[in-house]
Design a protein around this ligand. Sequence first.
Ligand code: SF4
Length: 503
Amino acid sequence: MFDKFREECGVFGIYGHPEASNLTYLGLYALQHRGQESAGIAAADGVRIRHSKAMGHVNEAFDQDALAKLPGTQAIGHVRYSTAGDSKLLNAQPIVIDCMHGSLALCHNGNLVNANEVRDALVRQGAIFQTSSDSEVVVHLFARSREESVEQAIVDAVSQVRGAFSFVMMTKDRVFGVRDPHGFRPLAIGRLGDALVICSETCAMDLIGATYVRDVEPGEIVVLGAQGLKSIKPFAPAPQAQCIFEHVYFARPDSYVFGESVNENRTEFGRRLAREAHVDADVVVPVPDSGVCAAIGYSEASGIPMRMGLIRNHYIGRTFIQPQQSIRHFGVRVKLNPVRSILEGKRVILVDDSIVRGTTSRKIVRMVRSAGAKEVHMRISCPPTISPCFYGVDTPRRSELIAATHTLDEIRKYLNADSVAYLSLDGMTGAVSGGRTKYCTSCYTGVYPVAFPRDEAAYLQLALKLNADAPPVEGQGEPEALQRVGPDTGATIPDPERDPVAG
Ligand code: SF4
């Protein structure tokens, strides 16, 4: 695997179309990059909700027969990479329940920071949980709500959870889109003829021929039903914290996310990087695919030509079998191969979007040198990643983030590069509309906009990710119990690598 943060989930919903489940399949296909472990679709025909989910990619999880068993004019779907709970089929979504408010299907993108706290309280009241997913607490809260209407019961349920959530929910006659008050994860609304669509990224709309209308606003619930689109704003206003990593790496460059073009922002990161960290060189080479947009921007602003000096093999599937140890010397070459005619004798600027542990970057620098490059200058189109994410993104613990534990010169030496430079925080936030007032930058600053609750197992794991001996984070919303969690607490701290609860 490449050394990257991993996106969590993609969600899709459609109301008012006779081919709802087929279009949801296509929508999930376009969102496949957001989760490859499981896929699921629920469809409603006005009377009942049917659903199907399976492990694997969307095209493995569904065939025509499976989709034919999901009739109705409304559907929702989910692709998942497990950020909370493990990756068993039981944890795949949509979660579908029947309760006194009727049937509900739910898909979640994000991570609830108080899920264990809420879960513990519900278990003490007799609730029985079937999954280890944080999202299940919401359907329990919905089922237990004393509100009379379905709409109010949904408002009641989502008002009790905190953290990052973009939900797409469905009853037998309506589809709901819910975005947390900080707006961590994206959620866009589109139109396809008379039908309405909600999804994580606009690339899903493009595939089905839908037109982007607007985003679900942070703190907004949209209800898609017979009367069209209805908007509810039940949450108190909160500082916005849209995930800037969507623009750095997660989202597809052909998408609009948070109302902005990912391609344009990513290219602008590269232009700014060139202005901040110029170096004389012969050629700009992107690390494909993630570094391509930034390399285009870097080349544009520096005047140094860009060439595809590394070629990616796109056909490495999840089922790639490692050959026996004795011939396992190819390392990263199974995915990337250098182009000697472009690199030999050249001073190369290698552009990538981010470095997490540094292990893959080191191999790529070695590969470029082995193809004859005279100099290798590493340029990264975001600031140093120094802190884990707790809002729905899979990240390693702080001690594994090379920029958290090493100086710039130590990183350069580790990568065996001639120079290393990152885009500055101001450079990155200056490229996106609204900058720091609208975006979360916690993985670059260690300052967290939503605090984590005390005394819950999930929190201990979050603290472990930050390291017990790490300096306390600063600023509003710091994890208040951080200083208390350490080797002397006597608590059994599970290994988040083996048993991920949050990510
Ligand atoms: S911590 Fe980083 S990855 Fe997580 S939501 Fe904030 S910007 Fe995105």
